[in-house]
Write a protein that binds this ligand. Structure first.
Ligand code: NAD
Ligand code: ZN
Length: 357
């Protein structure tokens, strides 16, 4: 079983990538779950698929297990849902020595992590991510959050898990569009950090799309390594961690300008990376060849690379609200070569508009 250690100042923990699935869970857990009482949080889609497998392993190891099942979807990252989970944790008599397991996609991970971080000022927390996005992105790095009606992910904490267990076999049941959305972040990791990984993805994209578990295990392993490496250098996002936002300044603006309903996050980020690469090309930072390779690999992954009818005014208006901006200059992460990006803080909305149109 492959594993990565995330080494942070106050805590180190392992990420296991188990290509043989749940049979490796007991070995991964070892003595790493705090206490004897565990609450597994999952959504209604995941419960019938994977809850019993995880529960049986824990029971066989002597843990007392209870479940909390939430409705699937972003709307569950709410104060109301958080309140329900606190109630369930109290009713199940979880105490300071108990643990919460997030079994599911990024919604479950962010919400359950937020509960684990705040219930009794913090209890044990294990991530078992089941969506590709959660396996390569949201379960790594310790950001946990719920949404406020006025802003996404605005109520949260940095709370690192005790352990992350990834079974790439769970991706077999993930709907294609959700799978592609995770691939956008995985491809992003290659383009910000590792030219060899870009070539490897080009060679193996067909096997990835066919969800070959061994190939997926390697792709997830390398992707997590890259994200973990960035997080280790900048746990609290004071600088370097911002490079993980490649494709996200324009991607977020596309999501907002289209009412969060037309594109998934990964689809918006895919287009965002292509447009941001276009800006970098106009600035002379990269050559057209970079954009062609990026667009080609995204298309093979089932992702869009451009908007049909881009409403640039609306999108730039949204970029003006980005929380990374300083002094009305838009902060952008731009490629400067394969596997290399740089943070630019000087661009004005007018310049951007020129580049994009
Ligand atoms: N904490 C972070 O650093 C971070 C980073 C990126 C995204 N996020 C958050 O992650 C969330 C998005 O995560 P997501 O894309 O995983 O969404 P999600 O959790 O809503 O999962 C997507 C859908 O796939 C289903 N699903 C998940 N795994 C499945 C499986 N193996 N088989 C069948 N169905 C499965 C879920 O039930 C859901 O319907 C957002 O709330 C976002 O803010 C957090
Ligand atoms: Zn993202």
């Amino acid at each position: 079983m492959k594993h990565i250690t995330v080494s942070l100042k106050n805590k180190s923990y392992p990420i296991y990538i188990a290509s043989r699935g749940w049979s490796q869970l007991a070995q991964a857990i070892g003595g790493k779950i705090r206490g004897k009482k565990v609450m597994i949080v999952c959504d209604e889609n995941i419960y019938p698929l994977y809850y019993n497998s995880v529960k049986s392993v824990l029971i066989s190891m002597g843990y007392q297990v209870c479940s909390a099942v939430i409705p699937p979807g972003e709307a569950s990252k709410s104060f109301e849902q958080a309140q329900k989970l606190y109630t369930q944790a109290l009713e199940a008599r979880l105490d300071r020595s108990s643990s919460i397991i997030a079994l599911g996609g990024g919604v479950v991970g962010d919400l359950a992590g937020f509960i684990a971080a705040t219930y009794m000022r913090g209890i044990g927390f294990i991530q078992i991510p089941t969506s590709l996005l959660a396996q390569v992105d949201s379960s790594v790095g310790g950001k946990v959050a719920i949404n406020h009606p006025l802003a996404k992910n605005i109520i949260g904490a940095f709370y690192q898990p005790d352990l992350v267990f990834i079974d790439p076999g769970t991706l077999i049941s993930l709907p294609s569009r959700e799978f592609a959305t995770g691939l956008a972040e995985l491809i992003k990791h290659a383009f910000i950090a590792d030219p060899d990984f870009i070539s490897w993805l080009e060679e193996n994209m067909d096997a990835i799309i066919a969800r070959d578990v061994e190939i997926l295990s390697h792709a997830i392993y390398r992707s997590c390594q890259i994200k973990a490496g960035v997080v280790e250098l900048d746990e609290r996002e004071t600088g370097l961690r911002m490079i993980l936002n490649y494709g996200h300044t324009i991607g977020h603006a596309i999501e907002a300008a289209t009412g969060y309903s037309e594109y998934t996050h990964g689809e918006a980020v895919a287009m965002g990376m292509v447009y941001e690469a276009g800006i970098a090309e106009k600035m002379g930072l990269i050559k057209q060849d970079y954009i062609n390779r990026l667009a080609d690999i995204l298309e093979r992954a089932g992702l869009p690379t451009q908007l049909d009818t881009p409403a640039w005014d609306l999108i730039i208006e949204r970029m003006n609200h980005d929380k990374k901006n300083v002094d009305q200059r838009i902060v952008l992460v731009l490629p400067i070569g394969y596997g290399k990006v740089k943070i630019f803080k000087e661009l004005t909305p007018e310049q951007l508009k020129q580049f994009l149109e």
